[in-house]
Ligand binder design. Structure first.
Ligand code: 4NP
Length: 154
């Protein structure tokens, strides 16, 4: 099973989600069964490591995302992944706009809608915020990833 986390820049929310989800997969000894990656809808940060605030927030919780490298989302990702989890509605619109068919569209979910069906909740962009915003995003992602992983392995 392959899971892709997607946000705008691929330097804050989606690498955090990628690291948190991978950490949970590895704690459950499921690394051979479930693979996780992340991507962004803009290529501006391509090749960069995650934002230092994202790295530092994750490190505080025992999750190392320092070596992840940003890359843009591509149409091939619809073929390579089973689940594409997006952080907010603008990511959702952008990914859906690249879908080639109904099968592609079916793979795309707002992360927080998958963990809390019908909530339509989003993971807010912390890029222009402070450390407290990164901490709030960490908590949202940690809860969501826990619930999503439980659903996927049921
Ligand atoms: P992310 O945050 O989508 O959570 O990675 C952002 C990072 C960079 C930008 C926007 C959002 N930016 O405009 O450069």
């Amino acid at each position: 099973m392959k899971v892709l986390m997607v946000c705008l820049g691929n330097i804050c929310r989606s690498p955090m989600a990628d690291g948190i989800f991978s950490h949970k997969v590895s704690e459950r000894n499921l690394s051979s069964k479930i693979q996780v990656d992340s991507a962004g809808m803009i290529s501006m940060h391509q090749g960069e490591n995650p934002d230092f605030r994202a790295v530092s927030t994750c490190r505080k919780h025992g999750v190392d995302i320092s070596k992840l490298i940003a890359r843009p989302f591509t149409t091939n990702d619809f073929d390579d992944f089973d689940f594409i989890f997006v952080m907010d509605k603008s990511n959702y619109r952008d990914v859906i706009a690249m879908a080639r068919n109904e099968d592609d569209k079916q793979k795309v979910h707002l992360l927080l809608n998958y963990s809390n069906p019908g909530s339509n909740a989003v993971v807010p962009d912390p890029y222009y915020g402070g450390m407290e915003d990164f901490e709030a995003v960490y908590k949202l992602l940690n809860d969501a990833c826990e619930t999503v992983l439980e659903k996927l392995i049921k």
